[in-house]
Design a protein around this ligand. Structure first.
Ligand code: NAD
Length: 297
């Protein structure tokens, strides 16, 4: 069987292209979609992520402003910035870059972001709406996975999707989406995690496998069934003797599933490019809601 590589870039490019006229229409009404990104501390990876997000926003003629707080900032300091941004009508999306330093209560901080500006989709109100089947903002990475499945016409309805990982940002919302009664859902979904006994006995049943465990190369060819469609969300650094000193690999051992799987997303270049794109989608949508609000007055 020839295994199709599901690259994220063509999907991401076509979604960004479809956003251009929407952004232009907003600018013509005097609204520039704007993201406010909060970073606390000096985590180099967080800085790179936020810089990449800012670049993508600028490329689409949107704004992105970064609020850099020092690593010793108190919870009150962070909440004060969030409150200010919640009340700033020029800001349509607020993102708190994770991980936060250990002394801060991430939950309390994420819960403070207004659900109407929660473009990451992490607020419990938005997660509840997603479970209910009436989403406000869909978390970006699971949303990106759906768009890859849609773009490549991978059937979902009636198939068995096996998700490996139960985090609030990937595994759980992925479950809520794939099990939902809508055109990209209607799957039978199994969710596996660190306490799952005999993981392979579940992954072998998956028509679709979503690997989101954060464990390098853990899903191998002998753990999947012939013809499975595999989405590899994992991004793991593995040391090597290259100039950088490491390479990025997914949770799936891509080589070993070639010829067995129907399709697989590469790492890098699969789900990765989708996450920022879906953040753009959520921020533009949030700005459009402001126009609708003003028009309704
Ligand atoms: P997390 O650590 O919060 O959650 C990992 C989950 O996987 C946990 O629920 C755990 O129970 C499960 N798990 C871990 N090892 C397992 C094992 N051996 N068997 C079964 N279950 C196991 O991670 P996360 O934030 O959900 O991210 C998961 C991976 O996806 C990471 O590699 C992360 O870097 C990547 N990620 C990528 C993107 C992207 O844009 N492509 C976005 C978010 C996360």
């Amino acid at each position: 069987m020839e295994t199709l590589l599901l690259k994220g870039k063509p999907v991401s490019d076509s979604i960004r292209l479809s956003l251009e006229p929407r952004v232009q229409a907003l600018i013509e009404t005097g609204i520039v979609p704007k993201l406010a990104a909060i970073i606390v501390g000096d985590d180099p990876a967080s800085k790179v992520y936020v810089r990449n997000k800012a670049r993508a926003f600028r490329k689409l003629n949107c704004e992105s402003q970064t609020y850099q707080l020092n690593s010793k900032s108190s919870e009150k300091d962070v909440l004060t910035v969030i409150d200010r941004l919640n009340n700033d009508p020029s800001v349509h999306g607020i993102l708190v870059q994770l991980p936060l330093p250990n002394h801060l209560d991430s939950k309390a901080i994420l819960h403070r972001v207004s659900p109407n500006k929660d473009v990451d989709g992490f607020h419990p109100e938005n997660l509840g709406l997603l479970l209910e089947g009436n989403p406000n903002f869909i978390p970006c990475t699971p949303h990106g996975v759906l768009e890859i499945l849609r773009h490549y016409d991978i059937p979902v309805s009636g198939r068995h999707a096996v998700i490996v990982g139960r985090s609030n940002i990937v595994g759980k919302p992925m479950f809520a989406l794939l099990a939902q009664k809508f055109e990209m859902g209607n799957a039978t979904v199994t969710i596996c995690h660190t306490r799952t006994k005999d993981l392979a006995s579940f992954t072998k049943q998956g028509d679709i496998i979503i690997a989101a465990a954060g464990s390098a190369n853990m899903i191998t060819g002998d753990m999947i069934k012939e013809g499975a469609d595999i989405i590899d969300v994992g991004i793991n650094r593995v040391d090597d003797d290259s100039e950088k000193g490491y390479i990025l690999v997914g949770d799936v051992n891509t080589k070993s599933v070639m010829g067995i799987a129907n399709s697989v997303t590469p790492v890098p270049g699969g789900v990765g490019p989708m996450t920022i794109t879906m953040l753009l989608v959520n921020t533009v949508t949030s700005a459009e809601k402001c126009v609708e609000l003003v028009a309704g007055w």
